[in-house]
Design a protein. Structure first.
Length: 199
């Protein structure tokens, strides 16, 4: 079973990993974006970690809801509302249970990913965070490690795609040949599950 502590570790591990990789995320956002993805998420997840430390919520659902709210209010770019929606919707799906099983967590994250698709209008293959998140959720039933591999492969597989959503889509054909920054950060979010589990 996964408790509120697990979800706090997931968010703080994501914040640490975004800190480590911020420069790389911003570099990926340079050729096909506006070079702010790393700094956007760094600001957002630092705010998440600070809010969780200041006033630790007692349930898994409340942890994700608080994290999502922080991302929406602190991240200026498109990715803030999208990641915020992912976590808030997943948090809502978990309700106020003190602990959740892996199956409930998978269902909740799937609901979150569907909410991101509804909000942003992206489908798999559009070269967005969805290309890492959908395969990750599909593999989550096997293990967190399998989900991490699926997300990383999904992120790498965005390179030959043409962007159909977000800023990168303005480039049309010229978006081809670059890995999507949001799919890359989504792989970090999923990889942090493995860290949270191991602690
Ligand atoms: P901005 O594009 O506003 O500068 P960021 O640089 O923080 O925002 O985030 C860019 C990432 O957001 C993209 O790499 C992509 O993965 C994701 N993204 C952008 N628009 C959408 C969308 N409509 N649906 C899903 N993901 C999107
Ligand atoms: Mg950007």
């Amino acid at each position: 079973m996964l408790d509120a502590d697990f979800f706090r570790r997931w968010m703080t591990a994501t914040a640490a990993s975004v800190d480590r990789e911020a420069e790389r995320l911003t570099e990926l956002d340079s050729p096909i974006g506006d070079a702010d993805h790393g700094s956007n998420l760094q600001r957002g997840f630092r705010a998440v970690a600070a809010a969780l430390e200041k006033d630790p919520p007692g349930t898994p659902g409340a942890v994700l809801t608080l994290a999502g709210r922080q991302l929406i209010s602190t991240v200026g770019g498109a990715s803030g509302p999208l990641y915020g929606t992912l976590l808030r919707r997943a948090g809502k799906a978990l309700g106020d249970a003190p602990e959740v099983g892996e199956k409930e967590f998978t269902d909740a994250l799937r609901a979150g990913v569907e909410a991101v698709m509804a909000l942003g209008g992206a489908a798999p293959g559009d070269k967005t965070m969805i290309d890492a998140l959908v395969p990750a959720v599909d593999a989550l039933g096997d293990s967190f490690a399998a989900a991490r591999t699926a997300a990383e492969e999904g992120a790498v597989a965005t390179t030959p795609l043409r962007a159909r959503k977000g800023r990168a889509s303005y480039l049309g054909e010229r978006s081809i040949g670059h890995q999507d920054p949001g799919a890359t950060s989504s792989a970090l979010l999923i990889a942090a599950l493995v860290e949270a589990e191991g602690e």
